[in-house]
Every structure is written in C-alpha cells, then in structure tokens.
Ligand binder design. Structure first.
Ligand SMILES: *Cc1c(COP(=O)(O)O)cnc(C)c1O
Length: 364
C-alpha cells in the first residue's frame, strides 16, 4: 500500500473506508438529522467550544471564504498576519471581497510575533478583524495562537483563524483562546476524506454576522443555522464524507483529545529527529515547529523533484514538495491524522536510501 505522507488528504482507517461504502440516505430525513447532530456534538468536544459548529460542503478554502463574507463588509480594514502561502490565500480572499487588507507578513519559515501584532494594531486602530493561520502547512510552522489571541482581544478585534491543518491534532481550545471563527477541513487531521469544511462561530462573530454586508449565498451562516436547528444543511451535503466523519470522530474520542495531541507531539519530534539524523536541516524555525507537517530544506545538492519521484516510484512513499516560491527549495512530510511513529520510521528509512540518489551530499 502507498504511504501517503502529504499534509492532506491523508490515509483512512478501514472502519472509515467501510462507512464510505454505505448506501445514500435522504438528507432531509430523520436518520441524516441524527447523524448530523451527533457529528456536530462530537466536533464541539474536539474544537473545545460551546459555540455553533457547521459542516459546510466544500474544501477548507470554502470555509475561509465563509469566515470572511459572514463577518465583514466591503471597506472594512483587516490585519492579515501571514507566515506563508496559506496566510496569503486568506488575505487574498478578504481582498477579493473588498476588505482593505493591511498585510503583516513574516519571513517564511518564521512564526508570527505577538508584539509585532500589538504594534500593528496600535498603528491601525480601525482594524475590524485579524486573520491568522494557526498551523502554516506551507512552511511547517505553528504560530503561538494563544499569545496572538491575547493581543487581538486586548484590542477587542474579531479573530478569524485558519486552523485547517492543525485542529484535531494540535491543541487549539477555541473558546479559551477566543477564536471567533475557526476553520478546518475534513481531509486534514480528521481521518476523513475531502468534502467538508467545519467551522465554529462565537457569539461575537454572530454579532458581526448580523451587520456584515459582503455578498454571500452558499456560505451564509444564518442559513446554516436555521437549517441545523432542523438537523439539516441548507444545500445537499457531502453525505459520504459525513458518514466517514461520524466514524472517525468516534475513533478520535475513543483515543481522547489529550492522547491525540500527545501522539502528534511524538510524530513531529520523530519526523524532525529523523530528517536531522540524515544530515538534513529543518526549514521552520526551531522554536515553532509544526507537529502535523515537517518542512525540510533542500540543501547540499538535493534535487527535491528527483527525490520525490524516486520515493514514489521505488518506495511507494509520497511526500509533498514546496509551494510557490518554495518549489524545489523544500519538501514536506505530512504526519497528521491516522499516523503512527512506525509510519515516520518508514519514511526516514526510504529517505536514507533515496537522498544520495537525488544528489544529496551529506556531511555526516
Ligand atoms: C490545506 C490547507 C488549506 C486549504 O484547504 P483546501 O481544503 O485545500 O481548500 C488552507 N489553509 C491551510 C493551513 C491548509 O493546510
């Protein structure tokens, strides 16, 4: 079997695969309503929130668009705290819908600094919302969201969080950290296939929603809420993905959130120690490494495209390259969801064989 080690989609346990072969049911019927209510209740435990949670059919990016259009009006100022490609995407969505985006970009590979966010909010008192990526999948960095959130709430701003590749794997207590809209995607740490964005909405976000004037139809949270009260979604949902999620969330709650978080701490450490033992260096700054994706710098002659090809063709190990300006400069190992330390060992063993074949001249 192929070792799919990219930061989503991820391999799925057999129990989840079986759930995906179930016959279709009426999405306006009683059975679907029960499943939707159960899935939502389980997600609330894993998001650590008492707020509303909706399942939106679409990918994570749809959830980011929903976060923007439901809380903002054209002309609103937003502070975009960005540390990589996904931070830039979040800002681009806000810009496209007419927000005035104030960019606060940090060097790729570095984490955002809360004091710099504080200075930016001092300079720009009119800012309505702050956009932050919790776990930047393009660089393998996890931001210190707790500290950033404290600053954002010191200034009483809305906090919109792209938690797509961290939530359910890396600790993110949504209510405790005052996240107003928090977005994740079913194909990341949730042991489920692509198809759903899951979003949480705080009381403050609902107040913003009532006044927000950005155009929205498919992603309207008010429609999602009125249908969810009847155990439905406004539009035909990705029923198969909901079936899968219902089983994967059951498995996640059986493992327990603290254990899942601890397992990802071990996986992150195993991946980082493993690549360093091969003489490679990490791309992300040492103080803020991600426990769901490890970005590795292509140094000492390493041709990442060649390496990825040999890994895939001869070892059935599928890793990810770099995005945008990082193409050819880094490669990434995904370790989120249904992953064990043995899976990481397999990747490291394959890398050990392939690195010299792909031009890497190790000093060690
Ligand atoms: C994967 C990812 C996205 C994009 O999600 P899609 O489901 O591909 O739309 C956005 N942000 C982050 C941090 C991600 O990891």
């Amino acid at each position: 079997m192929e070792n799919l080690r990219i930061p989503g989609p991820t391999p799925l346990p057999d129990e989840v695969l079986r759930a995906m072969s179930k016959q279709m049911i009426n999405h306006r019927g009683v059975e679907f309503g029960q499943i939707l209510n159960e899935v939502t209740a389980k997600l609330k435990q894993l998001f650590q929130t008492k707020g509303d949670i909706f399942l939106l059919t679409g990918s994570g990016t749809g959830g980011l668009e929903a976060a923007i259009v439901n809380t903002l009006s054209p002309g609103d100022k937003v502070l975009s705290v960005s540390v990589g490609a996904f931070g830039e995407r979040f800002a681009a969505i806000a810009q496209q819908f007419g927000a005035e985006v104030i960019p606060l970009a940090f060097e790729w590979g570095k984490a955002a600094d809360a004091d710099t966010v504080r200075r930016a909010l001092h300079t720009e008192p009119e800012v309505k919302a702050v956009l932050v990526t919790h776990n930047e999948t393009s660089t393998g960095v996890t931001n210190d969201l707790a500290s950033i959130s404290l600053v954002v709430k010191e200034f009483d701003k809305l906090l919109l969080v792209d938690a797509i590749s961290g939530l359910g794997s890396i600790n993110l207590p949504v209510d405790e950290w005052h996240c107003d809209v928090t977005v994740t995607g079913s194909q990341k740490g949730w042991m489920a296939p692509p198809g759903l964005a899951m979003v949480s909405i705080s009381e403050e976000a609902w107040r913003a929603q009532a006044k927000a004037k950005m155009p929205r139809f498919y992603w309207d949270f008010a429609k999602a809420k009125s249908y969810s009260e009847r155990g439905q979604t406004p539009w035909t949902p990705a029923i198969t993905t909901v079936f899968a999620l219902s089983v994967s969330l059951e498995m996640m709650l059986a493992e327990g959130l603290p254990n899942i978080i601890a397992r990802h701490v071990r996986l992150g450490k195993a991946a980082r120690d493993g690549v360093e033992s091969l003489g490679l260096s990490l791309f992300a700054e040492e103080s803020h490494p991600s426990n769901t994706v490890t970005a590795v710098a292509a140094s000492d002659g390493l041709d990442t495209r060649k390496m990825l090809k040999i890994l895939r063709e001869e070892h059935e190990v599928v890793l990810a390259g770099g995005q945008q300006s990082l193409d050819g400069k880094i490669f990434r190992i995904g370790h989120l969801g249904w992953v064990s330390e043995d899976d990481i060992k397999t990747v490291i063993s394959a890398l050990k064989v392939v690195l010299p074949q792909a031009g890497f001249r190790s000093a060690s």
